[in-house]
Design a protein around this ligand. Structure first.
Ligand SMILES: NC(=O)c1ccc[n+]([C@@H]2O[C@H](COP(=O)([O-])OP(=O)(O)OC[C@H]3O[C@@H](n4cnc5c(N)ncnc54)[C@H](O)[C@@H]3O)[C@@H](O)[C@H]2O)c1
Length: 346
């Protein structure tokens, strides 16, 4: 049996990881999530009655609770995903980001260390603390260049700075205390069950509701998109083959300007069964808005290390993944409508 402790499992990526892992007989999963506005247990409806899955509503900042969880559950693999994740919110309220992403990570690391120090034999050897981070820690990169694992950290938003701090703590707990940690730095994810403040679900849901599609600045900011299922696959492979103390970049090999992403979504919707009430194309709803302060211009990931050392590459083509994602939001209105009906999407 392998015991997985997953933090932030009610979020977008964490819930995809749990849905995947829960399909295996030889695993136990505990999901630690505070259920912030971004946490949604409805993304876990398909697993909530499984015997190998348990949800605990805890804050990772509560170190003594985290110590109890480690002692009780005895994890082999920790996937740390709990975080405040939306850049705009970090600009308006950085404190939450420092609390969870910095102090929360430190509290979790301390709890993990006190548990791991008491282990022995193969249980101790196989323990891994895998922390899921972002390419945003590297800042913005010029055209034709790519971030690799040796790129300097140059975070530009409070979110990116808090994740960079988290990465530094993960590294320090490995170098100082030899806790077997691994850091992953992944590009922008997309797919089903993503909270609709992020670009792709925001645009889809606004369009379905015939409200404006806000595009920051000139819309030429480039992001490297990865389907969440490919990310889950990378995280599983890293738990098996990743080198302790190391870090891995994970990218989608798809660098596309935000405006082009919005156009692609509109093309899919134009060809869907949705009625075009008072518009010729969903592109008519596009509205350029003031750019985000400190907005990074371009992200692009060199993922040669995980490709060569671990044998992972992205498998889902962006156009197909986007088509499926748009249709998922059309077909699952009840999922996002119940949760988000009181939220303004623009
Ligand atoms: N979404 C992306 O494109 C992307 C890309 C690269 C890396 N990441 C990283 O992956 C991780 C998961 O991202 P996501 O998009 O699934 O985020 P999300 O915002 O969808 O989910 C975050 C989850 O963490 C929980 N949480 C927040 N604070 C907590 C706390 N103090 N204690 C316990 N739980 C808490 C929330 O309730 C939520 O369920 C984050 O660490 C993020 O930085 C995300």
């Amino acid at each position: 049996m392998t015991n997985y402790l997953i933090t932030g499992g009610a979020g977008f990526i964490g819930s995809a990881l749990i849905r995947y892992l829960s399909g295996f007989q030889d695993v136990n999963i505990v999901n630690i999530d505070k259920l912030t506005y971004a946490g949604n247990l409805e993304a876990l409806k398909s697993v909530e009655y499984k015997e190998n899955y348990k949800f605990l509503k805890f804050d990772i900042c509560n170190q003594s609770k985290m110590e109890d969880v480690f002692e009780t559950f005895k994890p082999d693999i920790v996937y740390h995903l709990a975080a405040e994740t939306h850049v705009d919110r970090s600009i308006n309220n950085p404190t939450n980001f420092l609390n969870t992403n910095v102090f929360g990570t430190a509290s979790l690391l301390s709890a993990a260390l006190s548990y791991w120090n008491k282990l022995s034999g193969s249980k101790k050897d196989r323990f891994r603390f895998i922390s899921v981070s972002t390419d945003e820690v590297y800042g913005s990169i010029e055209e034709n260049n790519f971030f690799d694992e040796k790129s300097p950290y140059m975070p530009n938003s409070p979110y990116a700075a808090s994740k960079a701090s988290s990465d530094h703590l993960i590294r320090a707990w490995n170098k100082t205390y030899e806790l077997p940690t691994i850091i992953t730095n992944c590009s922008n994810n997309y797919g089903s069950f993503q909270y609709p403040e992020k670009l792709i679900p925001l645009i889809i849901i606004n369009a379905i509701n015939y409200i404006k599609l806000p595009v920051y600045g000139d819309g030429k900011q480039i992001r490297d998109w990865l389907h969440v299922s490919d990310h889950v696959d990378a995280l599983i492979k890293i738990s098996k083959k990743g080198v302790v103390g190391d870090k891995y970049n994970i990218g989608g090999n798809v660098q596309i300007a935000n405006l082009e992403v919005v156009h692609k979504i509109c093309d899919i919707l134009d060809n869907s069964s949705l009625e075009k009430t008072n518009i010729k194309s969903f592109k008519d709803l596009i509205a350029f808005v003031d750019d985000r302060p400190g907005h990074d211009r371009r992200y692009a990931i060199n993922f040669n290390k995980i490709k060569n050392d671990i044998g992972w590459s992205p498998s889902i083509l962006f156009d197909q993944g986007l088509f499926d994602t748009v249709n998922w939001y059309i077909d699952n209105k009840s999922w996002w409508h119940r949760k988000f009906q009181n939220t303004k999407y623009f």
